[in-house]
Design a protein around this ligand. Structure first.
Ligand SMILES: Cc1cc2nc3c(=O)[nH]c(=O)nc-3n(C[C@H](O)[C@H](O)[C@H](O)COP(=O)(O)OP(=O)(O)OC[C@H]3O[C@@H](n4cnc5c(N)ncnc54)[C@H](O)[C@@H]3O)c2cc1C
Length: 655
């Protein structure tokens, strides 16, 4: 979506917007960290983000690929900076075409800084002279494709000489950029609001009417603050220094004091009716805390609708924008799902049509990787040599004591707390869980934990569990599952032997929402064809983990054996008003279960206690939490029976 449309929408809805700026990091590790950070910071509710262009065309490839990942995988509207420094027209063309292909609809057109190590800006032969030339080029050759922004300098551009006439001339150049087609202005950072308001007055007096978005630099620590202020020659009001100098040796205090100062400045800006500023552009310097603290101090929170338009991150590349359904299996492996379905010419947009026609890419075409080297794997997962140790690893992950597993590169989401303990216990019993979601029965769509989609709606989920299990445990488990006709399952081993109690190959909606004036939206499903495609990847990830250990090592043998013999199972508790029914098959016939387990994993002695703890834990979860997240009251939850009550939300989302 174009930023101008977003700004208009925010204004119509009477809310302030904010955006974040990031720059391409220097190292591969830094890049990965930045992706994770942008994903997290998405939850702070920026209307859009932007990615700077490496000075002198440096890191141009990186800017483009950052834009691609942000649009495609993270699903956040991204504005790409584009400069003229060291950019012959062909390179500009390449950058614009790449941006367009990734669905980027917003460009900040800049002249750019001088090449590193030089102080005077020089045009590149065959390139552009000023930002205005780039604006003109974009409008001529990409009409309607991009919303173009330009830079404005409240304190005056550093190259502009002193004096009224020179300032007037600079304003004329700014007007020329807007008249050529720029649709809004991002400003250079500043700390003096009087200077800013005076500049806004002059901008408006010059006949420039497009929105102005002030650039705000949070104060993260004294050294960075000083560095930027000096580098950009920024005027700092006395009261900033008076408050900051006494604490300059203490980073935490500088951040606290700085946050209050900058928030005060933002409030002044937004309160000035004459200036008419509707939002803020935050220079994050790729740091999270400063931006987070500033927004908190301002009392700004992201809207649910914006942060979670669907229960999964919709991709913003052109051919996927209409995608509205995904199988649940790749919930923790978005990039892999996007890659393996990249060739689909059409995405299901409303109903999961014939899922057989667009084949999932096979694993050879889209190599699957657990993305970890042996040393890091040993540090994280040690050298398990017994099945019990493997179970313990999975259990620790569920409890939040382990950062990742081969199937999940992120720790369980914070909203999993209600069910974490139950999942952990299940793992200790030999069911190695890799994905789960709680039942949700009519929670408001703006609910902070479970909500998604437009405001004013209600969302629903069926409880879902996915895990590896030995054949010895599987058979009795299936017998117990089949006693409850409300539960459906698929179990498949590496060789593809499939067991199921479903009678249809069609999709089973496991997440859906009811919104004002819309059809029912059912964005997440379970179905056979995609499960079979997913199982190859799931077993492959396990084998890659095994192969990180030396060839004859007990760890390699153990994990390989588990992968070669286990079944991958998914279970859906279709009665979404009885969310806890999903746990019942794990708790029944305990004696039988104990015997099977001791033959597999020698979990032995503790099993009886473990199972009882699961039962107790489940009871506690029901009693303790159902009121919070459920559309129903919890009065029946104190029942002694493990037969659990209406619509309890047990949470395991995103695990
Ligand atoms: C919000 C923001 C983001 C930025 N992002 C980046 C980035 O990602 N990468 C990067 O390298 N740099 C970035 N910069 C720095 C920026 O590129 C430099 O400050 C640059 O010197 C000015 O760029 P501009 O787009 O304003 O250039 P211009 O508008 O071309 O102005 C540059 C100078 O030329 C003058 N001028 C303008 N038009 C004309 C004309 N038609 N004829 C003659 N003179 C003219 C202006 O008065 C000014 O002195 C950013 C700056 C800002 C404010």
């Amino acid at each position: 979506m174009k930023i101008t449309e977003k700004l208009q929408k925010a204004e119509k809805e009477g809310r302030t917007f904010w955006s974040f700026e990031f720059f391409p990091p220097r190292t591969a590790q830094g890049l990965q960290n930045l992706y994770d950070r942008i994903e997290r910071m998405r939850n702070l509710g920026p209307e859009f983000i932007d990615i700077t262009w490496g000075a002198g065309g440096k890191n141009a490839d990186l800017t483009n690929s950052l834009v691609q990942v942000c649009q495609e995988t993270i699903g956040i509207e991204t504005c790409m900076h584009l400069c003229c420094t060291e950019m012959p027209k062909e390179k500009v063309e390449w950058a614009l075409q790449q941006a367009k292909a990734h669905g980027c609809q917003n460009i900040l057109a800049l002249r750019g800084d001088p090449v590193a190590g030089t102080s005077t800006w020089k045009p590149t032969p065959g390139g552009f002279m000023n930002a205005v030339d780039l604006v003109r080029h974009i409008h001529k050759y990409y009409p309607g494709d991009f919303c173009v922004a330009v830079a404005g300098f409240p304190q005056g551009h550093p190259e502009t000489p002193e004096g009224h006439d020179a300032q007037e001339q600079e304003m004329k150049w700014l007007k020329e950029k807007v008249d050529t087609g720029a649709e809004f202005i991002f400003t250079q950072m500043f700390y003096d609001t009087d200077i800013f308001f005076d500049w806004v007055k002059r901008v408006r007096a010059a006949g420039i009417t497009v929105p102005i978005v002030p650039g705000i630099m949070p104060i993260q620590n004294w050294e960075k603050f000083e560095k930027w202020v000096q580098r950009e020659n920024i005027v700092v009001p006395d009261h900033f220094y008076e408050a900051l100098r006494p604490v300059k040796g203490d980073d935490e205090k500088v951040r606290q004091v700085g946050t209050k100062l900058v928030a005060g400045m933002c409030k002044t800006i937004l309160a000035n009716k004459e200036a008419g500023i509707k939002g803020l552009h935050i220079y994050t310097l790729n740091l999270e805390k400063g931006a987070r603290m500033l927004l908190q101090e301002l009392g700004f929170e992201g809207r649910r609708e914006q942060i979670a338009p669907l229960p999964w991150r919709p991709s913003l590349t052109p051919h996927r924008r209409a995608e509205s359904i995904r199988p649940i299996f790749w919930a923790n492996r978005v990039q892999s799902y996007l890659s393996r379905t990249d060739d689909w010419d059409e995405f299901p947009n409303g109903r999961w049509g014939d899922s057989r026609s667009p084949a999932y890419g096979d694993l050879d075409g889209y190599p699957v990787s657990i993305n970890i080297n042996a040393t890091d794997a040993y540090n994280l997962w040690g050298h398990p040599s017994t099945f019990t140790e493997v179970c313990d690893l999975f259990a620790r992950f569920c409890r939040g004591d382990l950062a990742k597993l081969p199937w999940s590169s992120q720790p369980p989401a914070s909203e999993t707390s209600v069910i974490d303990e139950q999942l952990a216990k299940m793992n200790e019993l030999g069911y190695l869980s890799i994905n789960s979601q709680p039942a949700v029965d009519g929670v408001r769509s703006d609910d902070k934990v479970h909500g998604w989609g437009p405001a004013g709606g209600y969302v629903y989920q069926k409880a879902y569990l996915e895990f590896f299990v030995s054949p010895e445990l599987l058979s009795p488990l299936i017998r117990r599952i089949e006693r409850d006709p409300r539960i459906t399952y698929y179990a498949v081993n590496k060789q593809g032997d499939l067991r199921t109690n479903t009678h249809s190959e069609g999709p089973n909606a496991v997440t859906w929402g009811v919104f004002p004036g819309k059809e029912i939206v059912q964005p997440t499903i379970v179905e056979a064809v995609s499960f079979i495609a997913w199982k190859d990847e799931a077993f492959e990830l396990g084998l890659q983990w095994a192969n990180l250990y030396p060839e004859a090592s007990p760890s390699r043998k153990l994990i390989t054996d588990i992968m070669n013999t286990s079944y991958l199972v998914n279970i859906v508790a279709n009665d979404f008003r009885d969310g806890m029914s999903i746990f019942e098959p794990f708790l029944l016939d305990q004696q039988q279960q104990q015997q099977a387990l001791s033959s597999v994993g020698k979990v032995g002695q503790v099993l009886g206690d473990g199972i009882q703890t699961v039962v107790d834990g489940v009871k506690n979860a029901v009693v303790g939490n159902s009121n919070v997240v459920n559309g129903h009251t919890a009065q029946a939850h104190a029942e002694e029976d493990v037969k659990l009550t209406n619509g309890v939300v047990i949470n395991g989302n995103g695990h």
